[in-house]
Design a protein around this ligand. Structure first.
Ligand SMILES: Nc1nc2c(c(=O)[nH]1)N[C@H]1C(S)=C(S)[C@@H](COP(=O)(O)O)O[C@H]1N2
Ligand SMILES: [Mo]
Length: 363
């Protein structure tokens, strides 16, 4: 186990062991590519202490040839590939659901998200080298080196994705984040990056890949990260009957000003992010009156990076008094966000994608 000296300035720490933290939103909004010091960390167990030297990745199951690679062999044999993609926890903005009605899990504010250039090799190249059975109904399962303790059980972290997403050339086995070797807490030496999907489908500290005819039976896949309707509770929900969270819905947040800010009268700059899985953000509306009237924000981002977030900015002239600032985004398919937390509430607190509201006082 590594020490906990990885605490960074301006972090909101949800738990020390395992270490779970998100950046303050003003820090998150500083750059399109999120530097490591402002990148949220979501881990279910201790960081495994892996040396790049002794590291091996195995590929097995429904393949013609089972393979095992050192890191150097992987990098030599397969072409380098990069993707700019936003990583976002399914629990991002859980706090907004919790404030409406209590949910289980850490109360993430809108900072359980970050955007990076991920570099490594395409998962599909490795699968094809093993002679993978490419039938669409198959699943690619992953097991990691970290151990999760949950409900009295101890097991290694594991998830799976469907064959179609596994064969997408943007699904990467990544060794680098923003052109630097992966930091230990983000999966050194090798993690999967599944652009557009909930962070949980991007296992860190990867140990093995198995092609199989069913999704992973690991509790991370089979029980957690499922989407339940609002009338179910921990006691009544049946995970085997609920869909696994994969692609994420459109979401947006106000990063500045902060909730509760006291501002001088006059023009205020309002800034934030918006993201919509693999679709471009087309428009962002900002309201200063709780959603009665709207103005359009200016967008900035990389139109060639469909899996990346966009940033937005607008200036509002606010009179003295309390104001509820609201943001909602629209994607290239004309889809937008539900207005209130009760429209998306679920007892696990996933996919908190309702309009983000921040109350400020102008004096
Ligand atoms: N092996 C392993 N992979 C993991 C996790 C984990 O606990 N163990 N957490 C997942 C979850 S829920 C998220 S949101 C992302 C977080 O990635 P990050 O910590 O690099 O931001 O990693 C995913 N991959
Ligand atoms: Mo997550």
């Amino acid at each position: 186990m590594l020490d906990k000296s990885h605490r960074k300035p301006g972090q909101i720490v949800h738990s020390e062991a395992p270490f779970n933290a998100e950046p303050r939103l003003d820090r998150l909004r500083r750059s399109f590519l999120t530097p490591e010091e402002n990148f949220y960390v979501r881990s279910h167990g201790d960081i495994p202490d892996l040396e790049a030297d002794g590291y091996r990745l195995t590929v097995g199951g429904m393949v013609a040839t089972e393979l095992s690679f050192t890191l150097a062999e992987l990098m030599e044999r397969f072409p380098n590939r990069s993707v700019i993609a936003t990583m976002q926890c399914a629990g991002n903005r859980r706090a907004d659901l919790h404030r409406h009605r209590p949910v289980s899990g850490d109360p993430w504010e809108p900072g359980a998200i970050g955007n990076a250039r991920w570099t490594g090799i395409a998962l599909c190249d490795v699968l094809r080298a093993a002679g993978v059975d490419e039938r669409q109904e198959l699943h690619v399962a992953f097991e990691s080196h970290d151990v999760v303790e949950q409900d009295g059980e101890r097991f290694r972290f594991g998830v799976s994705i469907a064959m179609e997403k596994a064969l997408d050339p943007d699904t990467l086995l990544a060794t680098h984040m923003n052109d630097a070797p992966l930091p230990a807490e983000h999966g050194r030496p090798l993690r999967l990056v599944v652009p557009g999907f909930a962070g949980v489908r991007s296992p860190k500290w990867l140990a093995s890949i198995t092609i199989q005819d069913a999704p992973s039976s690991n509790p991370m896949q089979a029980e957690d990260y499922k989407l339940f309707p609002s009338h179910l509770s921990k006691e009544t929900a049946d995970p085997s009957d609920a869909p696994a969270i994969e692609a994420l819905p459109i979401n947006a947040a106000i990063c500045e000003p902060a909730a509760g800010a006291k501002l001088p009268a006059g023009e205020t700059t309002v800034r934030g992010y918006a993201v919509a899985c693999d679709r471009l953000i087309r428009r962002v509306d900002v309201s200063a009156d709780g959603g009665e009237s709207w103005t359009q924000a200016e967008l900035s981002g990389d139109p060639d990076a469909p899996f990346a977030w966009m940033f937005w900015t607008t200036r509002l002239d606010l009179a003295p008094g309390a104001h509820e600032l609201v943001v909602r985004a629209w994607d290239a398919a004309g889809q937008t966000q539900p207005s209130r937390p009760e429209h998306v509430w679920n007892f696990k607190g996933y996919l908190g994608s309702c309009w983000h509201r921040v109350t400020v006082t102008v004096t």
